[in-house]
Design a protein around this ligand. Structure first.
Ligand code: GTP
Ligand code: SPV
Ligand code: MN
Length: 621
């Protein structure tokens, strides 16, 4: 047994050496191993045996608890300091503060690199350094990009195998010379000789955690957190913050968007991309199970979209990810039956509650809590407790291929042609259920102004209204004003073939409380209106911010809406929007001289339509 394992390891080493003649990769790994001083180095091949060994290791060290009720699944509890993205500890280390812009936390690159080198020195002592080669996007896609993450967390290595195309396949595709984005990751908890490990090693003081991006290198250095977007470096760090910079320079787009394919009864599938802030419904919409006769929705992606203009002049999207890292609370057989089916097996559940018989539970799961539940902290929990059983940002990690509604084009190297782009957020007031922008430019204006109440996906206060342009506030790797300009330029390149842009809001509430719109599966009714508009089948109502549906064009058959709800959902209140304009003016003024003139003009025109006096950005001063 021992012998055959040693033989397999030796074979693996040979295979990796044979597979990777990538001199720059070997050189970098050698230098980083010298810096971090791990006990051992393991090149990840992405095989099932390797994954099984990682799971066994995580169980042995108490990080994972096998779930009897879900084959191949595990529950995992993080340290309470490590439950969400840390926006305050996320840095963009561009050459100048100006390049990072007013919405990012800039850190001087040379000094930050020096700090990080000091932190990483010996940081992996007593641990294994996993070399995790991965590909973002279908392996044979021209639009795919490579990354290599060096991490001392087996949880991260295993999660990267789910979230990306990882291991030997990525190394082979990288060949000897393909560029890759290097990502350094350490939980920041070296082990002294004989020191026992803890189930979730990390730096417990938030101020000791770093998620630093060097867009000019490019490179990523993440220290002290093992959670989600902080640690799975292919996701937000590479596929959004670094990729947004590459996209700006290479005429493509890296966006915080789901991608779905919508097939009407007539049969022609259309693809839609939608940007909503974190924990605002992307996974839910991407997996929507249709209740309208003849309509079907298929998921291409639930979080990130990379989009390019193809030879036919249209915008094509790929999902750079291979897995889902989805919000658990609120996921139920009614709200998202496809997600429930996806996570029946082979899933990692992080910060959910667990029962004695090996099942997970969370608020909004749609079933009563099992007896003798332990909450996400591992404490006994019973209904009526003051704190939630699952952390509000508890998540499931699962292969996208497990989703029963996966679109057949999921792996298509060309991606899918996008016909419509939606922007949305949590807006209890002001923003209608749906409105279509009259032009790309007006759509970019609406995207630049989207606001939302903050959620538990990040570690700041929850429920505070903030502007989150294009749902990219925490994810744009450069000056947001330049990002707006990039969007406008992409519109010019696309011309008449540009997707149509819509603003949506599932979260409008009644004055007496409660959502006006049922949401979830019923959002398909809004998508149906969008498709009808794309096909030029129906007229719409002119409003100050764009085209609104005629109420009779929105299929509400079978819905029980409160009286007056539909009118409220489909109307623009001029007074609300005059107030909104004042707030938008302040928001846009932050971008100073880098704000494209076209957006200032859009605001002035909107104010004109609303009869606001003292127009334009000056209204804010
Ligand atoms: P990230 O993974 O953080 O980027 O988030 P996401 O946009 O994929 O969020 P997700 O789809 O997981 O949304 C989760 C939250 O939004 C849960 O609290 C859901 O209950 C809520 N939600 C999703 N769709 C709807 C909807 O149509 N109406 C209402 N009221 N809530 C919704
Ligand atoms: C988000 O916060 O938008 C997420 C989860 O998708 S994380 O990967 O942690 O960033
Ligand atoms: Mn996200």
């Amino acid at each position: 047994m021992e012998h055959s394992q040693a033989r397999r390891r030796a074979m693996m080493r040979r295979m990796i050496n044979e597979m990777s003649h990538h001199a720059a990769l070997h050189e970098w790994v050698t230098a980083m191993v010298a810096l971090c001083q791990p006990k051992q180095v393991q090149w990840c091949d992405g095989s099932e045996q390797e994954a099984a060994a990682l799971r066994a290791l995580l169980v042995a060290q108490g990080t994972f608890e096998p779930l009897a009720a879900r084959p191949g699944s595990y529950a995992c509890r993080t340290h309470p300091s490590d439950t969400a993205r840390l926006e305050d500890r996320t840095f963009i280390c561009s050459r100048t503060r100006e390049e990072a812009g007013p919405t990012n936390t800039w850190a001087e690159p040379a000094a930050t690199k020096a700090t990080l080198l000091a932190l990483f020195k010996g940081a992996m002592r007593g641990r294994t350094l996993y070399v995790v080669p991965y590909c973002m996007g279908p392996l044979r896609s021209q639009h795919a990009r490579f990354g290599v993450e060096l991490t001392d967390s087996p949880y991260v290595a295993l999660s990267m195998r789910i979230m990306t195309r990882m291991g030997a396949q990525a190394l082979a595709a990288m060949g000897a010379s393909q560029p890759f984005v290097p990502g350094m990751h350490s939980v920041g908890a070296p082990l002294a000789e004989g020191q026992a490990d803890v189930p979730w090693p990390c730096v417990t003081d938030p101020a000791g955690k770093w998620i630093a991006h060097f867009p000019d290198d490019p490179g990523i250095w993440s220290f002290g957190s093992g959670y989600g977007g902080n640690a799975l470096l292919g996701k937000k760090c590479f596929a959004l913050r670094i990729a947004s910079v590459l996209a700006r320079d290479q005429d493509w787009m890296a966006e915080h968007m789901l991608i779905l394919g919508l097939t009407p009864p007539s049969g022609q599938t259309r693809y839609i991309a939608a940007a909503f802030p974190s924990s605002c419904g992307k996974t839910n919409l991407a997996m929507l199970r249709s209740q309208l006769r003849g309509w079907s929705v298929r998921m291409v992606g639930d979080d990130i979209s990379w989009m390019r203009i193809a030879d036919d002049g249209r915008l094509y999207a790929i999902n750079p990810e291979a897995g889902l890292f989805g919000v658990a609370p609120g996921t139920s057989a009614t709200s998202n039956p496809n997600a429930m089916a996806t996570i029946e097996r082979d899933t990692i559940f992080t910060n959910c509650a667990t029962s004695a018989d090996g099942e997970v539970w969370w608020e909004g799961m749609g079933v009563p809590p099992p007896a003798r539940l332990r909450d996400w902290r591992g404490e006994p929990w019973s209904p009526g407790a003051k704190t939630p059983a699952a952390h509000p940002n508890a998540r499931f990690t699962v292969d996208a291929k497990r989703c029963p509604a996966l679109d057949p084009a999921f792996d298509d190297p060309r991606g899918v042609p996008i016909d419509a782009i939606l922007f949305g957020g949590r807006r209890p007031t002001t923003v209608p259920l749906v409105v279509q922008a009259r032009s790309w430019q007006q759509g970019v204006f609406l995207g630049s102004t989207i606001g939302s109440q903050t959620t538990a996906a990040s570690s700041q206060a929850v429920g505070v209204m903030r502007r989150d342009p294009f749902a990219m506030l925490p994810f744009c790797g450069y000056h947001m004003g330049d990002y707006f300009a990039h969007w406008l330029r992409m519109g010019e390149l696309l011309g008449a073939k540009a997707p149509k842009i819509f603003l949506v809001n599932w979260f409008r509430t009644a004055p007496e409380g409660g959502f006006l719109w049922p949401g979830y599966g019923d959002n398909l009714r809004v998508l149906e209106w969008v498709i009808n508009r794309l096909e030029g089948r129906i007229p719409a109502v002119e409003s100050a911010i764009g085209w609104l549906p005629h109420p009779e064009d929105l299929d509400t058959a079978g819905l029980t809406l409160a009286s007056g709800a539909l009118t409220r959902l489909l109307s623009i209140d001029a007074e609300d929007w005059r107030t909104e304009c004042g707030d938008i003016a302040k928001h846009l003024a932050r971008f100073g001289t880098r704000l494209p003139a076209a957006l200032g003009e859009e605001l002035t025109a909107l104010q004109g339509r609303l009869g606001v006096t003292g127009q334009g950005l000056k209204a804010s001063t």
